[in-house]
Structures are given as structure tokens and as C-alpha cells.
Ligand binder design. Structure first.
Ligand SMILES: [Fe+2]
Length: 245
């Protein structure tokens, strides 16, 4: 098995969202990822026009161009890193259209899509949106599942989404702050009880939201069965790279 880590949710691409604002920062973030043992990165910039004067076409083109540029630099500096392109999609009804016409990206050209909502969204609205994705033929991955009020300790709600086929992604930052926190305990419980399918950095910069996978993984291997964790850290994310060389 490829024992190198995967980061399937991050804002590393330069100049396309509220993440990295320069190629220099992007390369520093990739270096940190590399030193953490990451060799597979799926870039997931927000798909969201940052001003009303920017059209969706432009957002999409800017992201594609930033991806090409980063791939070119990485090929020379880190030839053993695999790179893929996706988006973090803030759900709105139009998003299905954007996916269908190819402006918004699925994860590495697969049928999986990374999606997010307002953290205080009603459960019924989240469920409707998820159905929307599924009816259109996509497989939703819910970004940072630990943030949503309608799912917090609401295991029945989570179970129902899982039955619908939703996969859950959690941020690594939950496992690095402080020696003890109730949130850390709750998040560890979700991993241990089999609710979590992916753990990723959601990194935006190298100060307040830096790549943190090495620390998170070290903590989890101390607390949770290794074979079980292997599935989350290696086998599940590999599904998203199946169309990438
Ligand atoms: Fe994100």
C-alpha cells in the first residue's frame, strides 16, 4: 500500500480564494505538506466569485490556470507528489448546473464532490441539498462535518446521511490544539466510531491555518486502532485519485 499521506481539502492554490495569496506561500505550504509525509494533494479552492464583477467562467479559468502553474513548478521540485483538482462547493441550487457544465470541479474528475454549508443550516435543508447532488449523479463528501450544529452529537442525523451515501471529512486541526479539550474528545469519538472517512488539513496559510496532518496523524495513531486508521488515511482518499497518474 502507498503509505504516503493524502490531503484532500486545502486552499493551497495561489490567488483564487481566501487561501494562499502567492506562489511563494503555495510552495511553502507544499513543502510543509511534503515534510509531513504527504505525497497526494487534491486542491480544493472555494468555487465562489469573490466579487460581483467576476463571472463564474473567470473563477473557473483562474483556478485551472493556477493549477497548471503549480503543477509545472511541482513537477520539477517534487516529482513524486501527485496533484489533483477539485473544489470546495458551497451549496446553492445553481451548483449542480456549474458541475454539469464543467466549470465547478468534482474531486479529481471522479463522481465525488466536496461540499459545505452554513454551519447553522437546518438539517432538513442539508438533507435536501444532499439529495440534489445524489439525484444529479454525484457522491457528496461533507467538508468539516464537525462544524455543523445540526449534526453535533446528533448521531441519528449523521446515520441517515451515511445511509444516503454521504462521506464525512474532518479537519486535522481538531487533534492539535491544547492537551485536552471537549471538542478533541468529541472528534476522536467520531473517528473511533467509524463516522469519519477522510482527515485533511483545510490549510489556508502558514500562520493561523497551517498544514497540520503530521501532528493529527501522530495523535490518532496513539489513540485509535492502526488498521482502522489506514482506511481513513490511505484507502479512502485513494478513491479520489483513481483518474490521476
Ligand atoms: Fe475549506
Amino acid at each position: 500500500m502507498n503509505k504516503y499521506l493524502y490531503d484532500i481539502h486545502n486552499h493551497i492554490l495561489p490567488g483564487v480564494d481566501d487561501g494562499s495569496d502567492s506562489m511563494q506561500l503555495t510552495m511553502r505550504l507544499i513543502k510543509t505538506e511534503y515534510e509531513s509525509g504527504v505525497r497526494n494533494i487534491m486542491f480544493t479552492p472555494h468555487y465562489f466569485p469573490r466579487s460581483s464583477t467576476i463571472k463564474n467562467e473567470e473563477v473557473s479559468e483562474n483556478i485551472a490556470e493556477a493549477f497548471r502553474n503549480v503543477c509545472e513548478v511541482c513537477k520539477k521540485e517534487y516529482p513524486d507528489i501527485r496533484l489533483g483538482l477539485g473544489n470546495e462547493l458551497f451549496y446553492r441550487t445553481k451548483i449542480i448546473e456549474e458541475l454539469k457544465c464543467g466549470r465547478a470541479n468534482t474531486m479529481g474528475n471522479t463522481e465525488y464532490v466536496l461540499t459545505e454549508f452554513d454551519t447553522d443550516i437546518k438539517y432538513s435543508d442539508m438533507k435536501k441539498a444532499i439529495q440534489d447532488y445524489i439525484f444529479a449523479g454525484y457522491k457528496p463528501i461533507l467538508a468539516h462535518v464537525e462544524r455543523f450544529a445540526c449534526l453535533y452529537k446528533e448521531y441519528d442525523n449523521m446515520d441517515l446521511l451515511r445511509e444516503m451515501g454521504v462521506l464525512f471529512q474532518m479537519n486535522g486541526e481538531n487533534f492539535i490544539d491544547g492537551m485536552f479539550s471537549l471538542n478533541k474528545k468529541y472528534c476522536k469519538g467520531l473517528v473511533r466510531d467509524g463516522y469519519i472517512d477522510f482527515i485533511s488539513t483545510d490549510t489556508h496559510n502558514d500562520t493561523t491555518r497551517k498544514p497540520n496532518l503530521a501532528e493529527a496523524v501522530e495523535y490518532l495513531y496513539k489513540k485509535i486502532d492502526g488498521e482502522f486508521l489506514d482506511r481513513i488515511l490511505y484507502e479512502n482518499p485513494e478513491m479520489l485519485f483513481k483518474k490521476i497518474d
